[in-house]
Design a binder for this molecule. Structure first.
Ligand code: NAD
Length: 377
């Protein structure tokens, strides 16, 4: 295992093919541009592990974020991904009111490899080398069983089997609360009774969200590529099922994306007839300008990382020692946070996705000031 410093020091010995990635020219510019405190590289010859950990900001607390295992086409792609994702975690934790900073890690390679223990343990040693400044969890390409291997090398890992457990119920509850806040903002009442909600994706989060919506007396329309899930949810919740391409154009009050990213885009914006977009999916806006268009059309948009922060709240329970009730209470506060974001957007004349960033930056700035530290995003 090499420290970040030793790996960078060896950069001059990289092959010309590797140098063609242009990381050597832009490495520190990229780090500065994203505002990171630290980026750590490690490789382990024995296991073939190659990982990067990005620590964006630790003013509010230790940097927490999952481990993404991905077959990146280039090292540069992995590097940019870790910078982007860890920065996003800073905002997510800050807006959620958690005492956490933003971090993320990536492992480069075949994420379907069967030989997981040696790779994950090498990653665990990399995490451990940062002495608690970074706490990891599962993410795309990793599972709770992978985190059990990481745990053999470091205590700085959350989301283990038998601990905080499946985050989906807490995420769904937070999404439901955020949706109520959007309704309050748009209609003057947060009741969803009689409202029609189009839920895209009835997987882990979508399923629990449907429960909350039905309990409150909302009408639900659903779509999923998995016909079995559609059938069982239609039966259990009396939901109307439509095709995967039809869900965007249905007559509904609220569109709740709970499947994929980039579902608010040039094509779907032509179809959406709703007043509110509020769902758990990550990266809902294909591009920021699509958030501007929602704003221009006066469609209330609950920024994705604000409304879906129940998942982060759930793993934070392990850091703070919270029980499930406390996690639910925190997830319930997503109502206030979403409402606050929508108010900032209205008062400052900006789209809600920008207002969310502003709220996060304000919280970090205040904490930095209290600690006598300087902070600039
Ligand atoms: P999941 O995989 O359990 O469910 C996703 C569902 O979407 C599946 O049933 C899948 O068949 C369906 N789907 C895929 N493509 C579709 C399409 N084109 N049209 C309609 N349905 C489609 O995932 P999940 O854990 O429920 O997460 C849903 C979303 O919420 C993801 O974007 C995830 O990143 C985000 N999220 C989840 C959590 C969590 O706690 N699970 C936390 C934060 C954010």
């Amino acid at each position: 295992m090499k420290s970040s410093e030793s790996l960078l020091a060896e950069d001059s010995t990289l092959s010309s093919a590797d140098k063609g990635l242009s990381l050597d020219q832009h490495l520190f510019d990229q780090i500065a541009q994203h505002g990171h405190e630290q980026v750590s590289f490690a490789s382990d010859r024995e296991s073939g592990y190659r990982g990067i950990i990005g620590i964006h900001n630790t003013i509010l607390g230790p940097a927490l974020g999952g481990t993404r295992f991905w077959n990146y086409e280039t090292d540069a792609e992995a590097f940019i991904d870790v910078l982007r994702l860890s920065r996003g975690m800073t905002y997510k934790a800050a807006v959620a009111g958690l005492n956490l900073g933003g971090g993320k890690s990536v492992i480069l390679g075949d994420y379907q490899t069967k030989d997981r223990e040696t790779i994950m343990r090498a990653h665990g040693r990399h995490v451990e080398s940062l002495q608690g400044r970074y706490i990891t969890a599962e993410d795309v390409g990793t599972s709770t069983s992978d985190m059990d291997f990481v745990r053999k090398e470091t205590k700085n890992v959350v989301g283990l089997a038998g601990r905080s457990g499946d985050p989906s119920p807490v995420t769904a509850f937070g999404t439901y609360r955020g949706m109520q806040a959007c309704a309050k903002f748009r209609y003057g009442s947060d009741s969803l009774e009689g409202k029609t909600v189009a839920v895209q994706g009835v997987g882990h989060v979508g399923y629990y969200l449907l429960k909350h919506l039905k309990d409150e007396g909302a009408n639900v329309i659903i779509a999923d590529i998995d016909a079995d899930k559609v059938k069982s949810c239609a039966e259990e919740f009396g939901a109307k099922a439509v095709g995967v391409d039809e869900i965007y154009g249905v007559k509904a009050d609220i569109f709740a994306p709970c499947a994929l990213g980039a579902v608010v885009n040039d094509d779907t914006l032509k179809l959406l007839k709703v007043d509110i977009v509020a769902g758990a999916a990550n990266n809902v806006l294909a591009e920021e300008r699509h958030g501007d268009i929602l704003d221009e059309r006066q469609i209330v948009y609950a920024p994705d990382y604000v409304i879906n922060s129940g998942g982060l709240i759930n793993v934070n329970a392990e850091v703070e020692g919270w029980d499930l009730d406390k996690s639910h209470q925190k997830a319930s506060e997503i109502y206030d946070t979403v409402y606050n974001v929508l108010e900032i957007a209205r008062d400052e004349g900006i789209p809600s996705y920008k207002a969310a960033d502003r709220l996060g930056e304000r919280r970090i700035k205040e904490a930095a000031k209290a600690k006598g530290k300087h902070f600039q995003m």
